[in-house]
Each structure stands twice: as C-alpha cells, then as structure tokens.
Ligand binder design. Structure first.
Ligand code: S3P
Length: 731
C-alpha cells in the first residue's frame, strides 16, 4: 500500500501502527520521527524491529514518505503541523490518531489557514494501560472501532486509502463528522475517565484512605481501571473537548442528585426501575456492538442424571413480544406479568422505547407500558436493532409499513441471513415500500406509507404465524379488509391478544380478517410459561430413567401443544393437570415421568404445532426404540440455523444414525455417545444437545451457546438444579 510510512511519535499507538503495517505487509519501509529527548525510545523501537530507522530531523523523516501518521498527544498537534509545514507534500497523505477531532482540525487550520485536503483526521478507539513502544502490539487495532472524520475538502482517494489501511489492520471503520465524533466520545470515553479520576481522587484524599483501598473489591477496580491511564494525556484530551464534556458533567450531577433524592426518600421502586433499565441497556449494547468481541460460551455436560422436582420455566416468547407491541399501541396503561426477560423479547421492548413508548421495568417479569395509541409511535432516531429475533423483525415490518415515518430494521448475523421476502412480498402487494438486500434479507429499509396501504386477501404458501401476524398488524393500518388464510393452523397469540385488547378480528375456518376500524384498549396480560422452553424438560424427563418432574403454569394453547402430542405418540408419560384459562390463554401444570419411547412417523399435521420443538424431539427420537421419521418440516431449514442440517451433523458426531432429508429427518433410535458439537449460535440446538447428555454414555461439549440468552437465560441454572451435570464455560 505504501512505499514509506513515517510515524511521528513512536509510542504505544504509533508503535502499534508500525507493527500492524509490517505484519499485514502495508508498507515497504517504516520510519519514525522523534525529538532529541525521545532518542532512547526510538533506539528501542528500532531494536525491536518496530521501525526500520528513525530521524531527529523532520525533513529527513518525511522525505519520500507517501503516508505520514501523526501519533503524538493531542495537545502537540499544532506544533507538529508547524514542523511539517515547510515540507508538506501534495503526494503524501497525512493522518493523525488523536482522540478529539475538533482540536486536531483546528490545529491544522491555525497552521495552514485552512485544513489541507490531504489530511485525513482519524481516531482508532484502542489503547492500553501501559504506554511506550515496548507495550506496542500488532493486533492493538484488531476488531476495534476506528472513526475517520473527513472534512468537505478531504481528498476522496486519500480517505479511501486510509480507510483501507485501517481495515487491513483489522479495524471496524466508521465515518462521521467531527462534532458528532467529539460528542459521542465525550459521553463514552471522556466523561467516564473524569468520573474515574474524580472518584479515586476523592476517596484517596479521605482520612480512611488505606482502609478504603484495602477493602476495594471488583466493583471499585472495574470502575476505576481507566484512572490508571496517562494523566497528562487525559488532561490534554479533556481540555481539548471541554465544550462537549462540561454539559455532560452537568447532566451527571443532576442524575446523582436524583439518586440522592431517591435514597433519602427510600423510593425503592424508582431506584429499581433505574437500575433495571441500566442493567438491560448495558447488556443490550454489549450484545449489539460487541457481539463479535464478546465471550464465547461452551456447555460441558457430564453423561447421565435424571430430572426431578418442580419448576416454572420463563414466560412465553411469542406472547412477550406481542404484549409489548399491542400494549404500546393501546390507549391506556397495560400491566404485563410473566414477561420473558431474555434478549429476544428485550429487543422488541427496546424497539418500542426507541419509538417513544414509555415502558417501566422489567422487574421480576413485570412491566408497565404507557400505551401511545394506534397512531402514537414516533420516528426512531436510529435503526431498530432486533438482535436474533425473527418474530420482532417480521411483525415489526408489518406494523411499520403503515406508519407516518421511515424506519430501518437490523439484526445479528443469524437474523440477517433469514428470509424476509415472505413478509415483504405480501406487504408490497398492500402498497408497502420495504427494501431488502438482493438476497431478500435484512437490513429492511421501510418507507412509511401512512394512509396508503390497501387490504389484500392473502393465502400463505407456508404455515407461518410470523407472516400471518405481520399482515394482521399491517391490516390495522390498511384501507378495507386484510384476510390471511393459513395452510395449517399456526399459533394464534396475535388474534387472541388483539381480542383481549378489544380490537375486532374475525376468524372463519382457516382465514382471519382484520381492518383499520378498531382501537386497542389497554388490558392486563399474564404471560404463561413458554411450552417451547418446557419442551426441553418434557423430553429430558421422558428419556432419563427415574425422572419425575412437575412444570408449573405452562401455556397449552392448542396451536402450541404438538410437542405433547408427539411425545405421547412415542409413549411418553405426560399428565396435563389443573387446566385453566389465564388472560384468554389456556394454562396447565405438566407432570412428566420417565417412560421408554418408541420411534414413530410424525404426523405432518402436528408439524406447525411443534415447529420450535423439533431439535429436542430429535433427541427424543435418538433415545427411542426404532425409527422416527419427520417430513413436511422444510421450514426448519430457515430458523435461527438450518435446524435439520445442524441437528443431523451433531447427532452424527454423537454416534446417532440421523439422516437429514429435504424436509425432515430419519433417525434410528439407539444409544447416544459423547463428543464435541456446535449449536451454530442457535439457542434451541444448544439446549437440545444439553438434554441429550442425560442419556449419553460420555461427556458432550457444546460450542457457541451464548444465544441461549435469547430465549432462556436461566436454562443452565435450572437444568442443573433439576439434575443435569452441566458446566457453563466462558472464554
Ligand atoms: C413465532 C412463529 C414461528 C416460530 C417462532 C415464533 C411467532 O415462526 O418458529 O419461534 O412468535 O409468531 P414462523 O412463523 O416462521 O413459523
């Protein structure tokens, strides 16, 4: 890329750039510049092979360089520009690494009159507590964010070259304007540094200093780690960006006053609301923005064991999503109990907060939604990030198609690979304007067509509750009737909940019809336990001799109970006790005991009623006597993973004769061995292979299990409590 790269200031950052450039073969020759007093450091840099040579005269250092990187502290930029000015060359690209960009640009302006068009202001968001070239690393920028803040006159060729340079060093490059950079960094970096320095300063000056630090535990250490950073550098950064930082300090003071007030008044409810919001918000941004850097989770399962006792698994995922959506669109306040506090449902919750809906909680599964009415949603400021959740994306695409604002829906890697044409196709027929990628996948760019959608009569080619619900939600904003006919019954939570909120929906055989005439009136919702989460325990107890388990308060909506029917056909011993209706949905306690299973041909009409339970039903089949055959389940190939292929691969690793077919699987029951399998980031696959451990004859290692948090964060603890030897390892 470059013939000669000149690094001005070969410290931690400059040295790391030099190392990365060498490692990735980005420059033939790499030289450093420093002042007389830097000579020892430059010697070390040369000895370590970080640079090929160094110069104390700027003229010699920059001679023949096609790229000059200024890697000195922000406060020194003006004097560095002044040094460079007499030798400034049109053939060279100049860039810097300062963490405040307004000051960098102003320094250039001071020296040159206007910012030169071959200067590309850049900020790699990376660092380390140690400083100096000895601490430099070639992978300091790998998977780190880097922001370039070009000006109107920045040469586009230079900008793209600098962008490529950093991408080749492994950085994730964003481009934004100078002021936006400085205001974002003020909040996420500069303010936290000030708070850390201030806290240590305050506590350090207290008399009881030694006592405080002696007993400082993880919280104090984590919070103040950044106070170990270079003090002079941070003084300069804070001064350089003071106009952005000062208003944030003011807001922080107000927030602290509020906390003080809440404590004085012992307002435990408000305190909990604030803490709970912060807790989920933090988890969410870690998932969204640090997904590829976050820890990977492995489940290690010891063979054997049995499941015994009583449990209430978390709330139903489908109903939790819908409770947020309809509660937000209702007039009045909706209270939700039993809400699933897992990543998928929290993604929907956040999306509605982003559209201006005030939602308190969740605290112990309870939420209060301050409904804004059917036409009360506001334009989100940013894209709506929906994590792993297909339900959120497909239902929201219908709901947002008819709004008075535009929106963009994005998701994680798995969701970004899932088919969206199944919803955008019929929505387009209603007059919606939604752009997908060429492959028909997310991101979805939705242009709101308020007042312009028209009802259609749609016969679904596949049995999908998500497609049905999407069109019903769009139908609430369309002219005339919207009718959806399903080829087989699918979960009807949307229809039930709409009725619960007094919105008229008409069901005639396999067709459901809606129009725009209704209003939603707030109603309280009691979400039962998710039968899809209970399914792991229904199978686990059925296959592990000696098991005896009571699962409380499980939703047994007839469009969801295929798993019970299939297991019973295989010979399972499941009793449905204490049946009752809670908030318009049937609920029961399920009593399951070990019973030897036999292989069956799974009736195709049960497939949509057990669509999420097949991964664990395959495990049941592997433990059954004889052959189990599934067909008519091609939808499994487009779930969070290709569940036919991924389960067949894993079962084969465990020594099971499992043959995938186009639309299902043929499994010869027998014994299950041990081995290393991967869930491909699919929560239900991870939990299914964990359950297989109950009947395995050797340990099973399951890779890539972090996504269990999308539907069942308590799984690992609950399954351990009930009798499976599972250890969760983070790396
Ligand atoms: C769901 C519908 C089903 C199911 C998913 C949840 C819903 O998807 O697999 O986990 O809440 O509507 P399809 O509609 O794609 O079958």
């Amino acid at each position: 890329m470059f013939e000669r790269l000149c690094i001005v200031g070969v410290g931690l950052i400059g040295g790391s750039i030099a190392r990365a450039a060498r490692h990735y073969g980005l420059s033939k020759n790499i030289v450093g510049y420093g002042r007389q007093q830097d000579i020892q450091n430059l010697e070390v840099a040369k000895k370590l092979g970080v640079i090929d040579d160094y110069y104390l005269q700027i003229e010699q250092a920059v001679q023949g360089a096609d790229c000059v990187v200024i890697a000195t502290p922000v406060a020194s930029l003006e004097s560095i520009f002044a040094l460079l000015k007499p030798f400034w060359s049109e053939q060279t690209i100049y860039t810097d690494v300062g963490s405040t960009k307004y000051s960098a640009v102003t320094a250039a302006q001071q020296v040159f009159g206007k910012v030169p068009d071959n200067f590309v202001p850049t900020h790699p968001i990376a660092g380390a507590e140690q400083s100096g070239v000895e601490a430099s690393l070639c992978d300091l920028f790998l998977n780190r964010r880097l922001i370039i803040t070009p000006l109107n006159n920045t040469r586009t060729d230079d900008l793209s070259k600098i962008q490529s340079f950093w991408e080749l060093c492994g950085s994730m490059v964003s481009i934004m304007d100078v002021n936006r950079h400085d205001s974002i960094l003020a909040a996420t970096s500069h303010l936290p540094h000030i708070l850390a320095f201030a806290l240590v300063d305050m506590l350090g000056h207290k008399d009881e200093q030694s006592e405080i630090f002696k007993y400082a535990a993880g919280g104090f250490r984590d919070f103040t780690r950044i106070a170990s950073s270079d003090p002079a550098m941070w003084r300069d950064i804070c001064l350089a960006n003071k106009s952005e930082i000062i208003p944030l300090i003011q807001q922080t003071k107000e927030q602290l006053d509020k906390m003080q007030h809440l404590l004085e008044n012992e307002d435990s409810e408000q305190l909990l609301t604030i803490f709970a919001y912060a807790n989920t918000a933090r988890q969410r941004f870690l998932n969204q923005f640090e997904g590829n850097m976050s820890k990977s989770i492995t489940f290690q399962v010891q063979p054997g064991g049995l499941l015994q006792g009583e449990a209430r698994v978390p709330g139903d995922k489908s109903m939790s999503h819908r409770s947020i959506m309809l509660g937000s669109l209702a007039d009045g306040i909706t209270h939700v109990k039993g809400f699933l506090e897992a990543e998928d449902a929290l993604a929907t919750l956040q999306a509605f907060r982003d559209m201006g809906v005030e939602i308190d909680g969740p605290v112990d599964g309870c939420l209060t939604i301050h409904g804004v009415g059917k036409h009360g949603l506001k334009a989100p400021k940013n894209e709506l990030y929906l994590g792993n959740s297909g339900t959120s994306m497909r239902l929201l695409s219908g709901l947002l198609a008819g709004q008075a604002f535009d929106s963009v829906l994005t998701g994680d890697k798995s969701l970004s690979g899932r088919p969206m044409k199944r919803v955008t196709g019929p929505l387009a027929a209603m007059g919606a304007d939604i752009k997908t990628t060429e492959q028909g996948t997310a991101p979805l760019y939705i242009t709101g067509k308020s007042g312009q959608l028209k009802g259609i009569d749609y016969v679904m080619p596949m049995a999908s509750a998500q497609v049905k619900s999407c069109l019903l939600l769009a139908g609430m904003y369309a002219e005339g009737d919207t009718g959806v006919t399903e080829p087989a019954p699918t979960r009807d939570h949307t229809e039930r909940m709409l009725s619960g909120f007094s919105y008229p929906v008409k069901q005639q055989g396999s067709k459901v019809t809606i129009n725009a005439d209704g209003h939603l009136t707030a109603a309280d919702i009691d979400v039962p336990s998710d039968i899809s989460s209970a399914a792991f325990f229904l199978v686990g107890a059925s296959i592990a001799p000696g098991s005896d388990l009571l699962l409380k308060h499980v939703g047994i909506n007839p469009t969801r109970t295929g798993v019970i029917d299939i297991l019973r056909l295989m010979g399972a011993d499941i009793e449905v006790l204490n049946e009752r209706i809670v908030g318009g949905e049937p609920v029961a306690d399920l009593h399951v005991k070990y019973s030897p299973l036999k292989g069956i041909d799974i009736p195709e009409d049960l497939v949509p009623l057990a669509i999420d339970e097949f991964p664990v039903l395959f495990v049941a089949a592997a433990c059954a006597q004889g052959q189990t055959r599934l067909s008519g389940a091609e939808e499994l190939r487009v779930k969070e993973s290709d569940r036919i292929q991924v389960m067949a691969d894993g079962l084969q690793v465990l020594g099971v004769d499992a043959q995938p077919t186009e639309d299902g699987m043929i499994i010869q029951g027998g014994s299950i061995g041990g081995g290393v399998v991967t869930s491909h980031g699919d929560h239900r696959i991870a939990m299914s292979f964990s359950i297989a451990g109950l009947r395995a004859n050797a340990p099973i290692t399951i890779l890539d299990c972090a996504n269990v948090n999308t539907s069942f964060p308590e799984f690992k603890d609950l399954v351990k409590r009930l009798g499976l030897a599972l250890v969760c390892e983070e790396s």
